[in-house]
Design a protein around this ligand. Sequence first.
Ligand code: NDP
Length: 386
Amino acid sequence: MTRSLTILGATGSVGSQALDLVARNPDRWRVEALTANTDVAGLAAAARACGARFAAVADASKGDALRQALAGTGIATGAGPAAVIEAGARDAEIVVTAIVGAAGLEPTMAAVRRGAQLGIANKETLVCAGPVVTAAARAHGATLLPVDSEHNAIFQVFPHDDPAQVERIILTASGGPFRTRSREAMRGASVADACKHPTWSMGAKISIDSATLMNKGLELIEAAQLFPVPVERLDVIVHPQSVIHSMVEYIDGSVLAQLGSPDMRIPIAYAMGWPERIATPAARLNLAEVANLSFEAPDLERFPCLKLAWDAMRAGGSAPCILNAANEIAVAAFIAGQAGFLDIDAIVAETLAMVPHAPMASLEDVLAVDAAARAAARGLVVKRAA
Ligand code: NDP
């Protein structure tokens, strides 16, 4: 049976891997909509290749270029943030949310509000607005399926009928490219150094988040939103080989894990095919070749971003949203050469201390806190650079 599919963030690392699965299974999905931020050429090529009905670019100034690139194809186009929200709102059974950052929040909410099946890669949406998104999903009958490999692993071994059987959820972390570096040795790290992930190939923002371990912190908060277990039962272990994607420890002491080669097409296919499993071209796991699996506790002193996120998760309320917004600004400043690698955790910590906590009952509340935290973090970037 052919199912309709939309990919938000189709030109990125996750989006293009989702499109690879579409190309390999032409009868399984019909593509409704694809979106990008600025990459008109990539978006137009992808929309032509899969015969999408609608293509939207978030950058309003690129609307004409997109229209020209798709002239004569019959593919409708749109430009600006509202067009990306429209892509989420269009009638597709499955929506893969692969936009990076809180920019994915409103298009995701548009899909949630019409009860879609969502494959959620865009973790920042759940970090900044988890309670709002999950409440809307319950109210509208939307299904939230995690694409993040850790959460996808947990989803596969989680006792959905009886969460009280869970003693602990253990997220694995590769440790990133600076796993063995001192703080001093991280100080002069370049963007290229920070993006040299040891096991996964990903977009720039998540690669840098992996180098600071903020990515694991965001994933803790994401897990707290996706799985009904108390936050004290969430844990992190560093596992450099990235073979075990995460684990669930049960009250009897049994530990169930999901393993696989580090290829995002496995969790993406799981979410796009659910409840069926789909064949993927991912390399098969050869444990004899891997030979050794190792583990170590995360170092919260060398990687303060993980501690900041852990604390924000425990604090709840607006803290995760402030943390996420500050991190987005700090990482963007690092990429732009306006901040050093070690400025990232400092900016996040200072923003958390500065921005007053506020209610988070609605999407509007979330957007207001997000904007206040971004403004504060931008001010700190300027101050530190002066
Ligand atoms: P990329 O940077 O590779 O791609 C991001 C996508 O989002 C692109 O299509 C980009 O368009 C679009 N985009 C960026 N900014 C905006 C905006 N303001 N409005 C609308 N669209 C925008 O990111 P990844 O694919 O690496 O990551 C996507 C999400 O998935 C992130 O939340 C990440 O944490 C999560 N994730 C990624 C994994 C991976 O392996 N890459 C693994 C697990 C989770 P354009 O190309 O035009 O810039």
